[in-house]
Design a protein around this ligand. Structure first.
Ligand SMILES: [Zn+2]
Length: 441
């Protein structure tokens, strides 16, 4: 007897964990039910994926959706809408909102809110602060929590744990992998008086120099080895750290940002001014080349956007008063596909970095691969489609992207979350039905 599926995706080239295959994916009850759905099977809905590549639902493990915060900049509804338009099936959202997510009440509010308004699935970080260390062990096991986030160097918001004694106490508080913003706060503060308001935007990478990041990472690695607590170093931005972290794979995993793989200093500051300012900074070509080497040699585990929107007015201020952080959740997939087309990485490695990588690093259950029994999260991509990224396409209310005007080859054609088609041909479909991602405790 022929099988019946809720959805069959026909005729596409599937990127399976063991290689590419032309096969039909059958979906039942929100999960992948078959990777070889027979031609005679019936289905409520059939998607023709001829000419397209069928990827596991792509994940951006590093976004700041600013909710609660300023709805004129971003919210969870708008940011997850941007995510599905950009081909993402899940995002992991940072805790440095206003107020930040550091206690059980605010986490409970967010857990409930997400499942009412999000377009894609979400993981939630909880923030470490000097005042909530005793609560972290329980918070990190909360529903949908992808891990604890530590700002060891200051960025947007008021979360900061900069000294070794407090960092060690955070590491001894629980056992899941902790994600770090690694810049040495003391060096950042000591160097600040060397610069003046109105200095060139390129000063950002001089102030927050290589040693700020590298010193921060050396300190964290010493403490991670001492405590045995696994560490995920977010947005690694220097050749020095990448070389160093390759020697710490017993405790460390590594995130790269698409920006550090796409933009270089000083050109980015000449072209974009404050719209090129982020933390850690976009640096010169030597670090750009090192980031690509880390993609090729396996040092990098995940790639994120660090989507961190701000109002235009906040970005247009002179340096260093301009806000640090760039939008990116909607442009991550098109830009990575363009890099695939340019031969900088294979589609298989992109899937490793954006699906298997986040699932492995954070312990996401049922995500990250096309396999029977896994969530039917699928991103269909058209590798040949040429498009220009434009501010007008951006769904985030702040309305700008640092990649405005960039022509790319490769575009997301559809986003499917647990068997529901939520985006097809640049159109968002249905109602928000995102859920919290489940993580291994
Ligand atoms: Zn960030």
């Amino acid at each position: 007897m022929a099988e019946h599926y809720d959805l069959v995706i026909r005729g596409g080239t599937c990127v399976l964990p063991w290689g590419e295959a032309r096969t039909d994916v059958g979906v039942h009850g929100g999960r992948i039910a078959a990777l070889d759905a027979a031609s005679g099977c019936s289905a409520d809905e059939t998607m023709d994926a001829t000419g397209l590549h069928v990827l596991p639902g792509l994940i951006d493990p590093h976004v700041h959706l600013r909710d609660p915060g300023d709805p004129a900049v971003e919210t969870i509804p708008t940011g997850t809408r941007a995510a599905v338009l950009g081909g993402l099936a899940a995002v992991f959202d940072m805790p440095n909102t206003t107020p930040s997510i550091t206690g059980p009440e605010r986490l409970a509010w967010k857990q409930d809110y997400v499942e009412r308004v999000a377009w894609c699935d979400m993981g939630l970080y909880v923030g470490a602060a000097k005042t909530n260390i005793p609560a972290l062990a329980e918070l990190e096991l909360g529903q949908g929590v992808c891990g604890v986030k530590v700002f060891a160097g200051s960025s947007t918001g008021d979360l900061l744990v900069e000294d070794d004694a407090t960092l060690e106490a955070v590491m001894r508080s629980g056992r899941r992998r902790i994600s770090y913003h690694s810049e040495d706060e003391y060096r950042l503060q000591a160097r600040r008086p060397l610069f003046n308001s109105g200095d060139p935007y390129a000063s950002h990478a001089v102030w927050r120099d290589v040693e700020c990041a590298f010193l921060g990472t050396r300190r964290l690695m010493a403490l991670a080895r001492k405590t045995g607590r696994p560490a995920h170093i977010l947005h690694v931005s220097t050749a020095e750290e990448l070389d160093y972290l390759a020697g710490y794979r017993d405790v460390a995993t590594v995130e790269l940002l698409v920006n550090h793989l796409t933009q270089v200093a000083p050109e980015v500051y000449d072209q974009l001014g404050g719209f090129g300012v982020m933390n850690p900074p976009i640096r010169d070509r030597r670090h750009f080349e090192a980031a690509w080497a880390a993609v090729r040699d396996g040092t990098a585990d995940t790639i994120g956007s660090d989507h961190a929107p701000h109002a235009r007015a906040a970005k247009e201020r002179p340096w260093p008063e301009c806000a640090a952080g760039l939008t990116g959740v909607q442009t991550l997939v098109p830009i990575m596909l363009d890099h695939v087309n340019a031969g900088r990485l294979s589609l298989g490695r992109m899937v490793d970095l954006m699906c298997a990588g986040p699932a492995r690093v954070y312990g996401a259950v049922g995500k990250g691969r096309l396999a029977v029994g896994y969530d039917a999260d699928v991103t269909l991509v058209d590798l040949k489609r040429r498009r220009t990224i434009e501010n007008g396409w951006i769904a985030s209310p702040c309305g700008w992207t640092p990649f405005d005007g960039m022509q790319v080859t490769g575009w997301p054609a559809a986003t499917i979350v647990r068997g529901r088609v939520v985006m097809r041909d640049d159109e968002v479909l249905g109602e928000p039905a995102g859920k919290l991602v489940q993580f291994r405790g």
